[in-house]
Design a protein around this ligand. Structure first.
Ligand code: AMP
Ligand code: MG
Length: 354
């Protein structure tokens, strides 16, 4: 790192505060314990903290840590190349040009298969085939609110029955249907980074990738990271801290991407049933899972489902996760397994024990 220590620290703080989940960076010893990196990939800032310690072998060299960080950056860029619709990706061709893709990239096929399983598990609340709808809403581009007839039309081009996968061939039954992996891609990339770290000499690390956090290895002493869960109304405030020692945390919130029209907020998480921004009584939901793709897809899906349906999924034991919900009526509610791992600190919301 060529920039001065102070500059780097303030940049990191700024980036972390901008993220949906905030890592706690208090204490000077953290700088000695870790070597920190920031990159910009997948349209988001990525913060990577690699522990310098090599256990009984002393410390890893800066050169080694830098090489691992560079590889993490390369891995994330490579994930973006097949998960996003940018440039000349196969996904972009599937969405815009062709009715049939032969020899589809294995990684893209595997990502679609994972997305499909999570759609099944969430009974379609997570729907990676709603590209026609997300393109129509153009939330990142500032809207405008589409007409009802246009939403109805886009809904006709949404649904898993519009795509058929046969070996390495992706066939479209409806040429206007589009795949959108935006609700799962960053979690997949976070998972891929942690898989790579397990092949290195890194003992423990944490990566934050636009609202998706991956916790790797065995951190000594208390063993957990203090992850701030953002206040939906205040970008620099938290509603509390979630102590996480392994796995993945993803957050979906109505404050992440939205535009306003006629005094109303239109956010980016769409209900595949209505074709409109989900209106299920949730402001944000943070999900902890042992799998990065699952954490990401579930955060999107639970937001769409709302608290009651989300708890039905939790109780069904179909998939293991824990979650913290912030609701429109100002409550913060957690799944039972969160327990004392969450420290509620907000004056703006009420903690409700269920
Ligand atoms: P996230 O921030 O992880 O909740 O993902 C939101 C992104 O996923 C949006 O910007 C869309 O690209 C896409 N998306 C929106 N609604 C859904 C949904 N119900 N299922 C799957 N992906 C969605
Ligand atoms: Mg998601």
């Amino acid at each position: 790192m060529r920039k001065s220590f102070k500059k780097v620290l303030s940049l990191l703080l700024a980036l972390l505060l901008a993220a949906s989940v905030l890592l706690s960076l208090t204490g000077c010893s953290a700088q000695a314990e870790y070597r920190d990196y920031t990159f910009f990939e997948m349209d988001t800032y990525i913060v990577l903290r690699l522990a310098r310690s090599a256990g009984a072998f002393g410390y890893l060299s800066d050169e080694y840590l830098d090489s691992v960080a560079n590889e993490c950056d390369r891995i994330i860029a490579s994930c973006e190349s097949y998960l996003s619709c940018h440039n000349d990706s196969q996904l972009s061709a599937i969405n815009t040009e062709i009715a049939m893709m032969l020899n589809t990239d294995e990684k893209l096929l595997s990502a679609i298969a994972t997305a499909d399983r999570l759609s099944d598990i969430t009974d379609g609340a997570f729907d990676y085939t709603l590209g026609a709808l997300s393109t129509l809403w153009n939330v990142s581009g500032g809207g405008p609110v589409p007409g009802e007839d246009m939403i109805a039309e886009a809904l006709l081009h949404t649904g898993r029955d519009k795509f058929e996968i046969d070996g390495s061939t992706v066939r479209k039954a409806d040429k206007l249907a589009m795949i959108d992996l935006g609700g799962i891609g960053k979690g997949m990339a976070t998972q891929t980074v942690l898989e790579y770290l397990s092949e290195t000499d890194i003992e423990y690390a944490i990566v934050s990738l636009g609202g998706n956090i991956g916790v790797y290895g065995n951190k000594p002493e208390y063993g957990s990271y203090k992850i701030g869960v953002r206040d939906p109304d205040e970008s620099t405030e938290v509603i509390g801290y979630w102590f996480i020692s392994n796995g993945f945390v993803s957050v979906s919130g109505d404050y992440e991407r939205f535009f306003e029209e006629g005094g109303k907020r239109y956010h980016h998480i769409l209900d595949p049933k209505t074709g409109c921004p989900a209106d299920s009584g949730i402001r944000s939901v943070a999900v902890h899972s042992s799998n990065g793709a699952a954490a990401d897809a579930l955060s999107t899906a639970l937001f769409v489902m709302g608290y009651e349906k989300a708890m039905e999924l939790y109780d069904s034991d179909v998939i293991d996760f824990e979650a913290i919900f912030v609701t429109v009526d100002g409550s913060v509610v957690t799944t039972p397994g969160v327990g004392d791992d969450f420290l509620f600190t907000s004056d703006n919301f009420t903690f409700t024990e269920k």
